[in-house]
Design a protein around this ligand. Structure first.
Ligand SMILES: Nc1ncnc2c1ncn2[C@@H]1O[C@H](COP(=O)(O)OP(=O)(O)O)[C@@H](O)[C@H]1O
Ligand SMILES: [Mg+2]
Length: 435
């Protein structure tokens, strides 16, 4: 890739190529991020790092780089980059809700209320300051309930607070919504005011949320993969609605919990997804848990569909999203947010290894080496969840097919025997190449 050249042939050649796979013996990569992603890229056979303005084939960039460079850069057909240009349509808190509301309305109009109700997985949310009056109306309709205020573009729990009185938000409004660092600026910070989930599912009295990884390799047609591993992030303090000012009780971000006075780095605050799935199955039975996980699949697919027509689909782009999902006491999953840059900073050895596996498999799906056929339903720990339509499980038996009971090709929190699968997947291809 080189900077500031024109990209005149971009659109036309995009149309020509779809699943064409050209392998590269040596892949030049650029990456400014530290930690697990660096070591995964460094250890990949035949891959070499380029620094500064060197030409690259894959760029694992941050969203800041994208904002500054994407529009002014010429990128060859074969290069790959880990974000879509306007990823923020899904990954900024206010825009995500705006797109979901619009999609829900569209379904209501074009399909019907039943279909639209399948999008009722996000808490009631208003964008502030623009929807302040609508918010106040809703606030007054449900006295005594708890709300949460969140800056739209921050992460790691920064700037978030809970409230029950309009007065608390009046004080915030007087400051123009500016945070401490922004006191002197004239710009108003955008927030969302969201209904607080007051009945989270608790384990040992503690609240947690789930981090799930979804890889989108194309938006047109939509092609999305669900990773088998993920984790639950627990809060350090027993949950109660009596003290709404305690962030260690209400915010499950690792970045928050790590700073709790009684945080124990040995114990950490995570459970792997498999452990959680086992726990829930023991407690509620298989059927209830399968329903819960199918509800989560519904969240992933619908949220992607809500932005499918808006995201600029460049064949060079892919995105590994980190979904934040909260369960309530009725085992209903709620979508809290979608992250474009989920943390790859490990919180321990187990976490480091999981993240390395995840990133390796992301590169396996992206397939710069050209080893895949493009028809795979599974690559390592990734299962193809949506391919311009629902994907049926490979092992779905004739009985289930005959009863037209659809078995989705997703295995979140199930065994991740990725190495065995990768060996089996790559073997015939290696044999072919040797011949
Ligand atoms: N509507 C909500 N109800 C209950 N808890 C919430 C809600 N929204 C956020 N939280 C809690 O706050 C944490 C941070 O919120 P999130 O929207 O993910 O912002 P951030 O970008 O700072 O991570 C979540 O992980 C969750 O524990
Ligand atoms: Mg979050």
């Amino acid at each position: 890739m080189s900077k500031n050249k024109t990209s005149g042939h971009k659109a036309s050649s995009d149309a020509v190529r779809s699943e064409e796979r050209v392998g590269r013996a040596c892949v030049r990569y650029k990456c400014v991020l530290p930690n697990s992603i660096q070591s995964v890229l460094r250890q990949r056979p035949g891959w070499a790092e380029v620094k500064d303005d060197g030409e690259w084939d894959l760029n694992w960039c941050d969203v800041g780089w994208l904002r500054e460079n994407y529009d002014h850069s010429y990128m060859e057909e074969h290069v790959r980059i880990n974000h879509f240009r306007n990823h923020y349509e899904l990954t900024r808190k206010n825009l995500m809700v705006k797109n979901l509301k619009r999609y829900k309305k569209l379904l209501e109009r074009e399909v019907g209320p039943m279909e639209a109700s399948r999008c009722s997985f996000f808490p009631c949310t208003f964008a502030l300051p623009s929807e302040y009056h609508l918010f106040v109306e809703e606030f007054k309709r449900c006295p005594g309930s708890t709300w949460i205020m969140k800056p739209v573009a921050k992460s790691q729990g920064k700037g978030i607070f809970l409230f029950r009185k309009l007065k608390d938000i009046m004080d915030w409004k007087k400051d123009g919504g500016r945070s401490e660092e922004q006191k002197d600026s004239t710009q108003v910070e955008n927030y969302v005011a969201q209904r607080y989930i007051e009945n989270p599912y608790l384990i040992n009295g503690r609240k947690f949320d789930l981090r799930v990884y979804v890889l989108v390799s194309s938006y047109a047609p939509l092609k999305a993969w669900l990773y088998r591993d993920g984790f639950a992030r627990f809060s350090n303090t027993r949950f109660s609605l009596n003290s709404i000012d305690d962030k260690y009780m209400h915010l499950t971000n690792v970045a928050v919990q790590k700073t709790a006075p009684d945080y124990d780095p040995e114990k950490g605050c995570k459970w792997q997804m498999q452990q959680l799935r086992r726990y829930l199955t023991a407690k509620h039975g298989r059927e209830a848990v399968e329903t819960l996980f199918a509800e989560m699949d519904n969240i992933f697919v619908r949220s992607l569909q809500s932005v499918q027509k808006i995201i600029i689909n460049d064949k060079r782009c892919f995105e590994l999203y980190g979904y934040d999902i909260l369960l309530d006491q009725d085992l209903k999953p709620w979508l809290i947010e979608v992250n474009a840059s989920p943390s790859y900073t490990p919180s321990g050895q187990e976490d480091y290894e999981m993240k390395c596996r995840l990133l390796e498999d992301t590169l396996n799906v992206v397939d710069m080496e050209g080893r895949l056929t493009g028809k795979e339903k599974r690559v390592g720990g990734f299962d193809l969840m949506w391919n311009d339509g629902p994907v049926c499980r490979e092992d779905a038996n004739l009985e289930t097919l005959a009863s037209s009971c659809f078995t989705a090709n997703t295995h979140l929190g199930c065994v991740n025997d990725r190495e065995r699968q990768l060996r089996r997947l790559m073997k015939p291809l290696l044999c072919q190449k040797r011949m």
